[in-house]
Design a protein. Sequence first.
Lengths: 368, 373, 266
Amino acid sequence: MKQFITFVKKEFYHVFRDRKSLMMLFGMPIVQILLFGFALTNEIKNAKIVICDYSNDVTTQQIINKLEASKSFEVQRVVSDHFQIEKSFKSGDIKLVIVFPENFNRDLLHLNKAQVQIIADASDPNAANTLTGYATNVIRSYQQELSSNYSAPMQIIPEVRMLYNPQLKGATNFVPGVMALVLMLVCVLMTSVSIVREKERGTMEVLLVSPINPVLVIIAKAIPYLLLSVINLAVIILMSVTLLDMPVNGNIVLLFVESILFIITALALGLLISNSVESQQSAMLISMMGMLVPTMLFTGFMFPIENMPVALQLISNIIPAKWYYIIVKSIMIKGLGFASVWKETLILTVMAAVILVISFKKFKVRLE
Amino acid sequence: MRVLKFLLQKEFKQIFRNKGLLPLIFVVPFVQLLILPLAADYEVKNINISIVDQDHSSYSRHLISKITSSGYFKLAGYAPTFKEGFKQIENGQADLILEIPTGFERNLIRENQQKLFIAVNAINGVKAGLGGNYLSQIISDYNNDIRLQWIQPGRFKDAPTIQVVSSNWFNPFMNYNYFMVPGILVVLVTMVGSYMCALNIVKEKEAGTIEQINVTPIKKYQFVLGKLIPFWVIGMMVFTIGLFIVARLVYGIVPVGSVLLLYGYLAIYLIALLGLGLLISTFAETQQQAMSVAYFFIMIFMLMSGLFTPLDGMPQWAYVIAKINPVTYFIDVVRMIILKGSGFSDLVYHFTIMTGFALLLNGLAIWNYRKTS
Amino acid sequence: MELNKDNNKSLSNAGSQLSVEREVVIKTDKLTKRFGDFIATNQITFEVYSGEIFGFLGANGAGKTTAMKMLCGLSKPSSGNATIAGFDIYRQTEQIKRHIGYMSQKFSLYEDLTIVENIQFFGGIYGLSDQQLKTKSNELIETLGLQKEANKLVNSLPLGWKQKLAFSVAVLHEPRIVFLDEPTGGVDPITRRQFWDLIYQAADKGITIFVTTHYMDEAEYCNRISMMVDGEIKALDTPADLKQKYAVSSMDEVFYELARGAKRNE
């Protein structure tokens, strides 16, 4: 035990004397959480639109005013020429064109119905869908104002409640995902480099000829990073709550415990990489490039997993971040307890155990 | 020029002899191009709905069948009470609950008015917004249906209705691949351009061969050109394979606009990026450092370029970062030319900016790259 | 080594007495390099004559490599002057580079190119014509006896061969001066001897050799040597004169006498 403590001490010296890495260890997550927590969002604000108004009457003017007042749109210009539409799209910025045909107001008054055309730039299908939806909403709410003077019979009034995130903020969805991403990357990166570094420098051989149990060598390597990651986690949660207005609706102790489980899984993965490669360079390559894309894709915070082909859906199951993401959402946002996340917890635990066992095995093979 | 010839010969030999690098340049990008678009599908579909029908009337059944046959919703199940339905939201089986209260049909007929309750899991705001919209629309259609059934037309004045007709240009089938594939292609070219180029130069630093080069009469610009030209050519090749083989054959994407214009922009873009690679290599002493720096850039490049998420939703400062990111412009241009067929006159601004980047980045890099210290 | 001994004697005479008549190819005047507060080389002043084998000795960290880097134009001096082959070290670095060869202590040929490709590349960038490249590379490969390995990658060669090849490449373009920075580090004694034969061959062709080393037996091979201690030149003379001056029998002892007072050591 005394030997073990000596080892852990040595690892702490390594970590704390390497100022550059230490800065990266703390700087990277903070920058990433801030950058992506604020900047990654699927909301669309101030989308530039063009109005093609052939009618130019009171009603169209009122609708245009309403569109201008909405924070989703920024009316770039009002034209009355069909050729302008294609030109506007091609020159880039314009995402949506709304066309009022001639005699809009007259049709509305006399025929009791009028038509408005929304043309979206569907080269970005997602934005096109969302913006068409926003514009339709604006027009519909205008129509409702009109019809408040009429009493419609047999009216069904849908009462919509937005649970958990009434303002439909993007951060609510992205922050738990970014948390998973950042913790994963930092933990894997740091640990994967640590063992290979000793291999490269030749100090690993010295450790291996010493009488200490090799498994303890590995564990000692991971302990400082575990501690640092927990501090990191605290910083990340604190920032999410104070700066990004994330709620912690559930039990914070449970959140920490689950996070530590996830951190251990990530550290184990880092150790595995470290035990499998020969140079710091390939360790970095694998843990940065190799981890970034799959974690980003398969966690589910950027792209819905249920839309993916079945093969990819299956692959997504082996990404630990996916399960952690579900856990964080359940605890932080939905405010649920352990009873609703035990399955995910079990999966993470099994993953951590399996990865640890494999990396110990790999390490032992190297001894013989 | 003779010196340059020797430098280029050497670079090409080294690149094509590097068994570790070649797959990174020519295999990995295309595997990514094949897998990423499959995974990166943001279309909002398959919204899981849980229905709490407490009325069990023919009206409520009609409404339910209208909802489930709309194509937007997938019935996650019926729940006896709202509380049960809410559980389905909590454990992720449902995204949305529709509660039809007792007396729905009776009240609608007698009292002329009835409420329905919808609760949406809004953690993912966009999905929630669209889901709520779709459902409200279906309900309002249904409402019109029953009105038509019960009320003779013209018996009293209807509220005026504004019909909204929407059409989607440039991608009428709303194929998400059309959006993602060109963007991902840009990212891949970017990786080759900046990252590989930076690593290559730093490798010479680490091996000490750069010192040997520095005592020869090779001029700065010759050495730099000798490094940039091969990667420029490789960038062009990667883009060509991606565009003509993967994008066209696999995804059926045929550029609407001028391919020549696209290549013109690519040429300038690559120069700008290689300048960035060069700049990174002047700061980094080891390949490891170069990798960390390049990694940071690539992360920003990928996430803050409009590749996945729209720039319009970003806060001002993030928008500014996206605007000083060269990748943003190229992604924009690629989508504009390939999908919309924009011409040179539409892209003057983009060309100007990228030329500026090319000059700035290369200027900085050359200024920073010193033969003597 | 009989011939070399003679050579040694005649040159050492020339070096000490007839220096006025000999052409000076390296001349430094109070050359200094500072890194912040640390003075790596402190006002070194010396001259090296054409065709001479000039040994540059000192303990680790004495400032040898820094001085050499300044002379090659790899590093800008903080103060002082120097001319190399008649060119000014500040203003004419490009001309200097045409007239020098350099071999660093780190092996610096391209490991992923073949022997022939390396020769062609380095010859090419010094502006040799295709014809010259062909004859030169054939000549070189023959001298080194590398005919069989000519088309193998450099990284498959043993270290000793690599060093010899690197030296041969460094003098391929027949420079006025060649700078060798600890060229024989980590090489076995036999290869070292062969390496020095190559050096003598180059010197016979009139190439000035400027070599740093910390093998004292190698110091004996030089015409003149300078001793650096803590960034300053503490002694400069022929090996024989130095031994006489310090009344010792080997260069080892000379070195020990001088370096004993050193404050810096790695």
